[in-house]
Design a protein around this ligand. Structure first.
Ligand code: IVH
Length: 685
């Protein structure tokens, strides 16, 4: 909810006296801000952005200043410090909390195990393997058997004090039993997390909308008021001990045994291994069991058992040398393909999207997945209603891996592709150049393509107009304020203020972000144009080769082909984009450049090479090295590369089977140079 929306409601009440209205708004804002700060600080689950919150706060302060007589005792503006501006206290760790290095396959595992054996000169070393819990590391400090304080990992050196929340976690002992060998100073490390069942139950409660269990645990641990933990059932599993009495944890095995004796929860699936074979078997066993475990795990941790070896192996600033994480591949789950929807993107290509029965993968709910293109549907043999296997790895978009044919229901349906553009209704065509996909040939006059081009233009790797994202662009487009790239630079603060939920502060920020983007490097600018086939690499190559946009604009198809990695299709695509007959497009492109300050690549050209500097050169025939290689080297030495022989050309470099170019060059009396001579000139072996 935002200020704009709230105001509207108030006006609807038809109050005739402006001060009544403002006073009412003060009380309203006080309650509203309290509610949001509670959601932010106590529930770690805000539903408005920081900017929106600040905006409400600023408005309240202004109004309160206008009515000094009004009681403010209970106003959030009067509360300095917690909970509104409250932050967790920072405390340095006694020992840094390190991370783990990763291995991802059996070869890397073998290498790790054998390198440990070599380093400590022992043929067979004992290792303890434990599941790697996907939660957050905590450090618990016990003094004289009492929990003294609890810290998050923080940056590894300094953690955040979350003692108040640790006290609410049932599986964290507040006091240790009276065991004679428990040292009077003890630090326990382990993982805080939600059990899968607990997370699902909690996340279905009103107001909870966490995307996965790990994020929920991170937010919950940092809540300021621990009362809110009563319906956030965090758990803790311990795995390390540090303290005065080293005998207490002389091996990882002893550590785990003593943790259990001290009333900590430890993991069930722990295995002592002596070889990479044994470890690989245990890894595969756990991988199979992974989905049946009550909490999320993302791999295995392999630790040298003996403390004395751990000590001699030591650690880097980042991770111990005596332990490693053997990570699981992306998790796979089964679900149902409920439907396939289609989208028209920036290049006009029709992209199918799988609509899935919502399913949990690694703690995140997945309900759609990209199908890339129509060939992918064919390759998978997909039908609506199919049981499918889906995976997700990290932040990567979920992917449909395969159809589970032996579970195919009888009533599956064909996937029907649209025949006309969903945005402009133009008949779709098949194009080899678009990878045999259907695409909308309407180009930039198709609203979907125009919108996506605008979104691409403003995006981070393109013009990087911070804040001008998809939603805002759509809104501006819908009210007719944004129809071309040029329009972006004509936007004023008042245009943004016409949109709901946008106030002075944000509109100001957007105008300055647009202004800032005017300084752009040539390659980023080329990339922003969204020319089909021209990604970030091609944009860089084009910028390097032509050095200015003016030069690219007049490049011939043949010249474009000279650029590293630009082939026939891309050269044609660039040429037709820059030489479009569409008047509007032309005007826009010319005008656009006037709004920008394009930074051309510095020409690091060496002008000392008297043989080639300033010469117009053509290369022909088969050479020992790729033609691109010589072109680049020649350009670096001040030559201009062209592809057709004319009287303007100074020399022809010839490889084997030079063909008709050689004859033409001879007729014109041009200098003919062999590859060997060129190598000498360029000092290439
Ligand atoms: S031992 C030097 N054992 O993994 C760190 N860590 O990537 C030694 N983790 O920060 C940690 N399960 O949060 C260890 N059984 C386990 C673990 C475990 C999960 C986490 C821990 C650590 C991270 C390292």
């Amino acid at each position: 909810m935002t200020g704009g929306y709230i105001k509207k409601n108030l006006f609807e009440e038809n109050l005739d006296n402006i001060s009544d209205l403002e006073i009412k708004r003060i009380y309203f804002l006080q309650e509203e801000i309290k509610k949001h700060s509670h959601k932010y600080y106590n529930l770690a689950n805000p539903d408005i952005s920081d900017e929106q919150y600040d905006e409400l706060f600023r408005e309240l302060k202004l109004l309160e200043a206008k009515y000094p007589d009004i009681t403010k005792d209970d106003s959030p503006t009067q509360k300095v410090g917690a909970p509104l501006t409250g932050r967790l206290k920072k405390i340095a760790h006694n020992l840094p909390m390190l991370s783990l290095d990763n291995v991802f396959n059996e070869q890397e595992l073998i290498k790790f195990i054998s390198s440990i054996c070599t380093k400590i000169s022992i043929e067979q070393v004992d290792f303890i393997c434990e599941p790697k819990i996907d939660g957050l590391a905590l450090s618990l400090v016990y003094e004289n058997r009492k929990l003294s304080y609890a810290l998050t990992r923080g940056d590894g050196v300094i953690g955040e004090d979350i003692t108040h929340n640790a006290l609410m976690i049932k599986s964290i002992p507040k006091e240790l039993p009276e065991e004679p060998d428990i040292p009077d100073y003890l630090e326990i490390r382990g993982e805080a997390f939600f059990y899968k069942d607990d997370f699902i139950k909690m996340n279905t409660q009103e107001g909870m909308k966490f995307s996965n269990a790990r994020n929920a645990a991170a937010g919950t641990l940092r809540i300021l008021d621990s009362n809110y933990l009563s319906n956030r059932p965090l758990s803790f599993i311990a795995y390390s001990v540090y303290g005065k009495n080293e005998g207490y944890y002389s091996t990882q095995e002893a550590t785990l045994k003593n943790l259990l004796k001290a009333n900590f929860v430890i993991q069930d699936n722990i295995k002592k291994i002596k070889s990479s074979d044994e470890c690989q078997n245990f890894y595969e066993y756990l991988l199979n069991k992974r989905n049946d475990l009550p909490y999320e795990i993302d791999g295995l941790v392999i630790k040298v058992n003996e403390k004395k070896y751990q000590t001699s192996l030591g650690e880097t600033t980042h991770s111990p040398r005596w332990a490693v994480a053997y990570k699981f591949p992306a998790n796979k789950v089964n679900t149902v393909l409920e439907n396939v929807s289609f989208q028209i993107g920036r290049t006009g290509v029709l992209t199918p999207v799988a609509q899935l029965k919502p399913v949990n993968i690694d703690g995140a709910t997945v309900s759609n997945a990209s199908l890339h293109n129509r060939d992918e549907i064919k390759r998978l043999g997909l039908r609506i209603g199919d049981n499918v296997e889906v995976c997700r790895s990290g932040d990567v978009i979920p992917k449909v891996l395969r159809v589970i044919y032996d579970k195919r229901p009888l009533d599956t349906k064909d996937i029907i592709e649209p025949t006309h553009c969903l945005s402009c209704n133009t008949k779709l065509v098949i194009s080899q150049e678009q990878g045999s996909n259907y695409y909308c040939p309407a180009g930039i006059i198709c609203p979907a393509q125009k919108l996506h081009s605008l979104i691409h233009f403003c995006s981070r790797n393109a013009m990087n107009i911070v804040g001008l994202g998809e939603q805002l662009i759509i809104k501006l487009y819908n009210i007719g304020k944004l129809n071309s790239f040029v329009d972006i630079f004509k936007l004023e603060q008042k245009d943004f203020l016409e949109l709901p939920n946008i106030k002075d502060k944000l509109s100001n920020k957007l105008v300055s972000a647009i202004d800032l983007s005017r300084n752009v490097t040539l390659d980023k600018f080329i990339f922003s144009l969204g020319i089909i086939g021209v990604g970030e690499v091609a944009s860089k190559n084009l910028a390097e080769y032509f050095k200015s946009f003016e030069r690219i604009k007049i490049a011939t198809y043949e010249e474009l082909l000279q650029v590293v990695d630009i082939g026939d299709i891309t050269a044609k695509s660039i040429y037709s984009f820059l030489n479009s007959q569409d008047k509007e497009h032309k005007i826009n492109l010319d005008e656009l450049v006037n709004y920008l300050k394009i930074e051309n690549p510095s020409s690091s050209v060496d002008t000392q090479n008297e043989y080639v500097n300033g010469k117009n050169i053509v290369i022909t025939g088969t050479l020992d090295r790729p033609r691109d290689f010589y072109s680049k080297a020649l350009i670096k030495n001040g030559a201009n590369m062209t592809s057709t022989i004319s009287s303007k050309v100074d020399m022809l470099i010839i490889g084997r089977e030079p063909g008709s170019k050689l004859m033409k060059a001879q007729k014109l009396g041009l200098q003919i140079v062999s590859e060997d001579i060129l190598k000498k000139w360029l000092k290439i072996d």
